[in-house]
Design a protein around this ligand. Structure first.
Ligand SMILES: C[S@@+](CC[C@H](N)C(=O)[O-])C[C@H]1O[C@@H](n2cnc3c(N)ncnc32)[C@H](O)[C@@H]1O
Length: 235
């Protein structure tokens, strides 16, 4: 499945000063810690909408969803999720960078889209796999920059997601287009090889559990969004 999204949705309500404020904070943190931040600007509305696909496409409109977003950053994708949430849904927003976590905490009170789910959302300022396994989710949306991590670190995170995901639940994540090709030209050899090993690992998971992928060109940089489903229990 492949489809292209155009800019839309939750961002049309974002004022220019709010957009600039988010972008300034994002750029400052990206300069400080590019390894964990993984990008220089927040995701676009089009990418946020694509990442929220399985909140929108809920299997049963009468059953609330438990949603986890990993790597909320300045709330770009959180807005896309919030725009699709229905009463009763809950959202755990996990963000390892305390500056971003505090920013998103504030947005839950002040932002036009996020404040609508302020009572059903909770910010956790920690690494996602430190969240523990005492809760489970129907939908996980991950903005973590896998391409910057080792294959072992990504395996640990994907194992964690599938441990806390309900059978039949979905995981959506993204990666940037052409990063391998760009790294082949500009990165040090060991960094390029690390990224190749990570992308093989990610591709294995997509091959095993993938239910759809789409390209989103209206983002800097353009991105691939992948959706995976945890198999239903077999008796
Ligand atoms: C590429 S940015 C995405 C931010 C935002 N979701 C967006 O799309 O604009 C990745 C975010 O993941 C956070 N992060 C990185 N590793 C993490 C981890 N293990 N657990 C939780 N957050 C993490 C970073 O601090 C950063 O905010």
């Amino acid at each position: 499945m492949s489809e292209t999204h155009s800019p839309a949705g939750p961002f049309s309500s974002l004022r220019l000063d709010e957009r600039l404020r988010d972008t300034r904070l994002f750029v400052a943190q990206a300069l400080r810690t590019f390894h964990a931040t993984g990008s220089v600007v927040p995701s676009s509305g089009a990418l946020a909408r694509a990442m929220a696909e399985y909140v929108r496409r809920r299997p049963d409109p009468d059953r609330p969803l438990r949603i986890l977003e990993a790597g909320a950053g300045t709330g770009a994708i959180s807005r896309g999720i919030a725009a699709e949430m229905l009463p009763g849904d809950t959202l755990d927003l996990v963000e390892a960078n305390p500056e971003f976590a505090a920013h998103v905490e504030g947005l839950l009170k002040t932002d036009a889209v996020l404040s609508r789910v302020g009572d059903s959302a909770r910010v956790h300022a920690k690494l996602v796999n430190d969240m523990g396994t005492d809760r489970s989710y129907d939908v996980i949306v991950s903005g973590l920059p896998f391409a910057n991590f080792t294959a072992d670190a990504v395996r640990e995170i994907l194992d964690y997601y599938f441990e806390v995901l309900e059978p039949g639940g979905t995981l959506s994540f993204y990666g940037y287009l052409y990063t391998k090709e760009v790294k082949a030209v500009i990165a040090r050899r060991e960094d390029y090889l690390r990224q190749v090993r990570t992308s093989w690992l990610v591709q294995e998971w997509i091959d095993r559990y993938g239910i759809g992928s789409e390209r989103v060109f209206a983002n800097i940089p353009p991105a691939w969004v992948h959706h995976l489903r945890k198999p239903e229990k077999t008796s």
